[in-house]
Ligand binder design. Sequence first.
Ligand SMILES: *[C@@H]1O[C@H](CO)[C@@H](O)[C@H](O)[C@H]1NC(C)=O
Ligand SMILES: *[C@@H]1O[C@H](CO)[C@@H](O)[C@H](O)[C@H]1NC(C)=O
Ligand SMILES: *[C@@H]1O[C@H](CO)[C@@H](O)[C@H](O)[C@H]1NC(C)=O
Ligand SMILES: *[C@@H]1O[C@H](CO)[C@@H](O)[C@H](O)[C@H]1NC(C)=O
Ligand SMILES: *[C@@H]1O[C@H](CO)[C@@H](O)[C@H](O)[C@H]1NC(C)=O
Ligand SMILES: *[C@@H]1O[C@H](CO)[C@@H](O)[C@H](O)[C@H]1NC(C)=O
Ligand SMILES: *[C@@H]1O[C@H](CO)[C@@H](O)[C@H](O)[C@H]1NC(C)=O
Ligand SMILES: *[C@@H]1O[C@H](CO)[C@@H](O)[C@H](O)[C@H]1NC(C)=O
Ligand SMILES: *[C@@H]1O[C@H](CO)[C@@H](O)[C@H](O)[C@H]1NC(C)=O
Ligand SMILES: *[C@@H]1O[C@H](CO)[C@@H](O)[C@H](O)[C@H]1NC(C)=O
Length: 819
Amino acid sequence: MVMETYFLLLTILQALVSLPVFLKPCKAASDTLTPTQSLTEGKTLVSSGKTFELGFFSPGKSNNRYIGIWYKRSPEVVVWVANRNNPLTDSYGASLSLNTNGNLVLLNRTSTIIWSSNTSIMVLHNPVAQLLDSGNFVVRDKNSSMNPEMFAWQSFDYPTDTLLEGQKFGWDLNKGLERYLTSWKSPDDPSTGDFTYRMNETGIPQFIISRGQTRVFRTGTWNGIRFSGFATLTDTIFRSIIVINDREKYFMFVPNTRSTTTRLTMNYSGLALPYMLKNNNTEWNVIYSDAYDLPCDGYEFCGANAICKTNTMTVCECLQGFTPKFQQEWEAQNWKNGCVRKIDLDCNSEEGFVQIEGVKLPDLLEFWLDKYMNIQECKKACLKNCSCTAYANSDVRGKGSGCLMWFGDLIDVRYFNVEGSEDTIHIRLAASEIKSIMGKNAKKNVRTILVAISAVCFFCLLLCCIIAKIRTGLSGTEKEDIELPLFHLATVASATNNFSPEYRIGAGGFGHVYKGKLSTGQEIAVKRLSNDSGQGLKEFKNEIELIAKLQHRNLVALLGCCIQGEEKMLIYEYMPNKSLDHFIFDNERRTILCWEKQFNIIMGIARGLLYLHRDSKLQIIHRDLKAGNVLLDHNFKPKISDFGLARIFKEDEKEARTKRIVGTYGYMSPEYAVDGKLSVKSDVFSFGVLLLEIVSGKKNSKFIHPDHHHRLLGHAWLLWNEERALDLVDESMNVLSSCIECQVLRCIQVGLLCVQKFAKDRPTMSSVIFMLENETAILPQPKQPGFFIERTSNDDGLASRNEECGSQNAVTITLLHGR
Ligand SMILES: *[C@@H]1O[C@H](CO)[C@@H](O)[C@H](O)[C@H]1NC(C)=O
Ligand SMILES: *[C@@H]1O[C@H](CO)[C@@H](O)[C@H](O)[C@H]1NC(C)=O
Ligand SMILES: *[C@@H]1O[C@H](CO)[C@@H](O)[C@H](O)[C@H]1NC(C)=O
Ligand SMILES: *[C@@H]1O[C@H](CO)[C@@H](O)[C@H](O)[C@H]1NC(C)=O
Ligand SMILES: *[C@@H]1O[C@H](CO)[C@@H](O)[C@H](O)[C@H]1NC(C)=O
Ligand SMILES: *[C@@H]1O[C@H](CO)[C@@H](O)[C@H](O)[C@H]1NC(C)=O
Ligand SMILES: *[C@@H]1O[C@H](CO)[C@@H](O)[C@H](O)[C@H]1NC(C)=O
Ligand SMILES: *[C@@H]1O[C@H](CO)[C@@H](O)[C@H](O)[C@H]1NC(C)=O
Ligand SMILES: *[C@@H]1O[C@H](CO)[C@@H](O)[C@H](O)[C@H]1NC(C)=O
Ligand SMILES: *[C@@H]1O[C@H](CO)[C@@H](O)[C@H](O)[C@H]1NC(C)=O
């Protein structure tokens, strides 16, 4: 960096020092060259508005001379070079002239052609070469109009590393002309460098930065509104224009204000950035310094078949149905080898699709395009072709149209969401995979919860700005009723060895839980409900279907149900790695969970809960969130279980109060435990308790401290007030880096906010996620938490009263224990 700055300074100094030597101002500088004149070293052309100047220059420390165009006001910025790969290296005396055919020719002193424009398209009667105020150097007939169609040659058709206002970038298909940017080699050397920025128009246009043959950045495909990973912005400073038709495919930008000058330049390290010069200034500023949304904008950052997310701890995730190619490498955050299918496709007719909304569509490496198919036809076509791995609409305008099919690996996918023009991809999965993620609803929306708001400004080529607001909860467009798979009692009975006690893995207020294995080998968890739900079969089924529609990566997937006679059972995916309580409250197992894993678990639970509260169409209050109801998959990704069960067990009064109190002591909010008042804020309370339990490794209800009689919440509150909150952290976490420390503190603060006594003082889950994720957000100070009462030896607080009263009381506490 220091070196670069040094070189930059040198460049500027050199340019300033060398200017007087080579660029002696001509008297009455003209903007035009005619066949009778020649431009010799030391002379320049100046455009009529004095914006641009053309002449000989030597870049940086180099002594080579080139013909170039620069800003009159800012001569160090050279925007075009004629003989970039063929410098004048020896004695002075070169000249640029226009011959009578309209050909521009650069000759050295001994009249060797160093560079020529090769103008040959038109016969010109009276050719002139003119430097226009746009920075375009054109050859035209003297009496022709200024219509670009009439230019016999123009420098705008041969950009070097800079795109100017109004200059087209892309393809002229009639002329077979591609205008693209190539970096300079170095500040001293304008010859073609390693990086190119081009529009690839194979199939659907996308812009690509490559280093040599290797892609390093890609905008995503043009979806009719924008590039699928990239939002065009119309700004106060400039406006982007994209034209895509049968004759031309190009981008350009035009200024919106006269008080600034803008350009897009690709520097030696391959970053194409927009720069702005204010009228009064001489200093160029990058318009969007955070232009690139790294790391996700890095091409194929996550490897094949994975999806990239910014603003989260885990940047890369395998696409649904895929698993890391090399698990250990992946866990070490080395993502380059990407993911492979869990179950290979075998072209079985039961294969189906999962849908991911709000993505940058994969690169078009092996693909097939039909602009006229609709999405249903596209799906059929993909299913028919055994090598098809995914499909999507090629154009998202209106209700979407066109069919893009991919073959082989899906490369360079990221979450990218811009309201109104999201791209949705449908990924083909094996039949059993589809079943296990509630198959049959491939069209159903995989709702994404990304509360992270990433404002990413990008200009890149497009002088566009990405403002990727990854919205919370996408609502679907396609509605398809899912049929919930019904399992036969016999199937379930045989899977669980006739509900034999050895297969029992847990019990809860709603019934027993069994582990089972279907004949296909798939492992399942069977929740056999006790029969006091008070619901008719029809309502039960309706309810289950609603719950089955809830799909989120942080919710345990419901695979189906079994209803037969009095028997009502729910069949879930089986989670091998037990529940969270198994880990956090066990001194030994706890050590497996480093802080990063813990934080991921906290965020995952928060996202799952937010989905239940806000993003599912149902608004579900879980009512029994606790460590035992958070299951962990093999990657320790948390999945909330037992959500929606409360719905099945009918309540007397739906929203405000409920007589039957379902919940677990230690996690219940005061208003719920005491008055049966239920709201999403009761779940927030439970979440707060859980969060503090995760951080401390202590169970709230079992917490005992030698110095006082408070539970965990009270203890946390006391420490917080003494500004010793970090003491809450379990000793096994020992050395915390300062970066982790503030994240832990933030978690504790959020935890305390969630367990405030009054529901109105607790944040919603969306604020919780925002507060946890955004390291700069300012959090409110917590007040005293709920249940801040010391226990006495014989009165074990409110809970034990209730516990003892049990079912005799109008208030029933259902004590649920971990499975
Ligand atoms: C002109 O260019 C030719 C070819 O590169 C070279 O041989 C010759 O020496 C140059 N003449 C002068 C005076 O630089
Ligand atoms: C002009 O034509 C010559 C000979 O075909 C070629 O070497 C040269 O690169 C061309 N110049 C440009 C600017 O395309
Ligand atoms: C330009 O002038 C020539 C005569 O010098 C004339 O023949 C031609 O039509 C003119 N072209 C235009 C476009 O006016
Ligand atoms: C290219 O631009 C980026 C962004 O301004 C900068 O970080 C990088 O150092 C530049 N590279 C060079 C070689 O100037
Ligand atoms: C230039 O700057 C001066 C003061 O800094 C300001 O008064 C003037 O309006 C500016 N001119 C333009 C063209 O922006
Ligand atoms: C465009 O991309 C395709 C594959 O993605 C590649 O085969 C082709 O060469 C590219 N075209 C250009 C002009 O880079
Ligand atoms: C699948 O589609 C590709 C591209 O259109 C084609 O080359 C291939 O032959 C098709 N395969 C089958 C089995 O239809
Ligand atoms: C619950 O099931 C038992 C048998 O398992 C049965 O005796 C009882 O009547 C059922 N209760 C209700 C309310 O259906
Ligand atoms: C459960 O977690 C452990 C780490 O403690 C891991 O080694 C194991 O593979 C996981 N078990 C399963 C069945 O995924
Ligand atoms: C983080 O919070 C601050 C202050 O509330 C806000 O200005 C900023 O935009 C937030 N950042 C993100 C990425 O949401």
